[in-house]
Design a protein around this ligand. Structure first.
Ligand code: ZN
Length: 168
């Protein structure tokens, strides 16, 4: 009886461990790290370091970073690129089953695009008190689940360092 119980406990421990492992692989932090990799790519091009990815059924279907200098296009924000790439990947304009991860709070333009694409979720890192969509009291699509503050320090640090170096 005791042996049986122990066996059952060991099995449930394995189960718990497995769940924890799964959570860490598909966690918001994990995906935000991928968005941060994109932000670093932007930095290498001397672009304002913002990165974004789109996740659908735990798979990354789009990766993008800010390209406003490279494309000489003020609309080339990371989110805009990511939305277009994700729509291409799934072959549809609505991204209801997708979550966009972006290192910085979306601006008003991007929040408009996120609204039209009806994202299932938006997760962002650092707040943008100056240009973020929340300062204009806009909201995303009512069905979009929003999370913020994921790896906010890492995401913000990249930006403050970029602008500090620009000034010097
Ligand atoms: Zn934007």
């Amino acid at each position: 009886m005791a042996a049986k119980l122990q066996n059952a406990r060991a099995k449930s421990d394995i189960c718990l461990e497995y769940t924890a492992m799964e959570l860490s692989v598909f966690s918001d932090e994990h995906y935000m790290k991928e968005a941060l990799k994109e932000a670093h790519k932007a930095l290498e091009r001397n672009e304002v370091p913002v990165g974004a990815i789109v996740v659908c059924q735990q798979q990354i279907i789009a990766r993008a970073h800010n390209l406003t200098e490279t494309l000489t296009d003020v609309t080339a924000h990371a989110e805009m690129q990511a939305i277009t790439a994700a729509a291409n990947a799934i072959g549809g304009k609505y991204l209801r089953d997708c979550t966009l991860y972006v290192t910085l709070e979306p601006c008003v333009m991007c929040s408009g695009a996120l609204f039209w694409a009806q994202l299932g979720g938006v997760v962002y890192g650092a707040d943008d008190p100056k240009r973020g969509y929340r300062m204009s009291q806009l909201s995303l699509h009512p069905k979009t689940k929003v999370k913020s503050g994921i790896l906010a320090e890492d995401c913000g640090h990249l930006l403050t360092e970029f602008f500090r170096k620009k000034r010097n």
